[in-house]
Design a protein around this ligand. Structure first.
Ligand SMILES: Nc1ncnc2c1ncn2[C@@H]1O[C@H](COP(=O)(O)OP(=O)(O)OP(=O)(O)O)[C@@H](O)[C@H]1O
Length: 233
């Protein structure tokens, strides 16, 4: 069963239409990557999936059932984990407290930090009592992914996880996402501008332009200059 099926959604900010009939699917245990230049609607698509902005029409089905008008916290409780653009770490909370904010959508008995968070990102364990704001950008990105994993997601959504991150940590993040797909069977939906990262990781790619999907296919399609042309400024 398809984990996520976005079907023909339209989304408006006032009179401006940011999404014009967008359809996207994410299959179980796979990485789906949405690419596109600045301002084409990638974050708006994620807002529609996470419930942070209402859609004007169309549907979003998750795990076999419609999400309709469910608020973001209900979607998180159903298994949609989010790593937002800019990470949104609480700077004055410790690393441990930041991870524990993921407990909010869990029942009392599941309120533990899964060991895989520290297996994937050992630096977080060594920095548990440090303040989030004292971490480097790359460490904060790892923390944001760890916090999303605490919610035990079936679908992990990441908005530009490589933005402003040093190459060695981008590699760590890539390895972590492959592991989560291959070993934990997680479904991953990734918005990115970094083409090589997507080419290496993704199973399927979608390219957006001006609120529409202009190409979809296997990640190898990114080798095709005609496909890459959609990403040129
Ligand atoms: N809160 C908002 N109110 C009004 N317009 C918005 C809002 N958020 C985004 N937009 C507009 O909607 C369009 C799509 O923006 P969106 O952030 O979804 O694009 P994006 O592809 O994620 O861009 P980026 O790569 O810069 O994050 C843009 O024209 C943007 O200016």
């Amino acid at each position: 069963m398809t984990t996520l099926a976005v079907d023909d959604i339209h989304l408006h900010y006032g009179a401006a239409e940011a999404l014009r009939g967008v359809s996207v699917k994410a299959e179980p245990a796979s990485i789906t990557c949405v690419l596109g230049r600045n301002g084409v609607g990638k974050t708006s698509l994620l807002r529609a999936i996470t419930g942070q902005h209402p859609v004007s029409s169309g549907s979003v089905d998750f795990d076999g059932a419609a999400l309709n008008n469910q608020p973001p916290y209900a979607r998180a409780a159903r298994g949609i984990g989010v790593v937002p653009q800019g990470r949104e770490i609480f700077p004055l909370l410790t690393v441990e407290e930041n991870l524990e904010t993921g407990f909010a959508c869990l029942g009392r008995r599941s309120r533990t930090i899964p060991p895989e968070v520290f297996e994937l990102f050992p630096v977080l364990e060594t920095m548990l009592s440090r303040r989030g704001g004292d971490l480097s950008g790359g460490q904060q990105q790892q923390l944001a992914i760890g916090r999303a994993l605490v919610t035990r997601p079936k679908l992990l959504i990441l908005d530009e996880p490589t933005e402003g991150i040093q190459p060695s940590i981008i590699k760590d993040i890539g390895r972590a996402l492959s592991y989560l797909r291959d070993t934990a069977g997680l479904t991953i939906l990734l918005v990115e501008q970094y083409l090589d990262f997507c080419r290496e990781l993704a199973d399927r790619v979608y390219i957006m332009d001006r609120g529409e999907i202009v190409h979809s296919g296997p990640a190898q399609d990114l080798d095709n200059p005609d496909v890459r042309a959609h990403l040129m400024v």
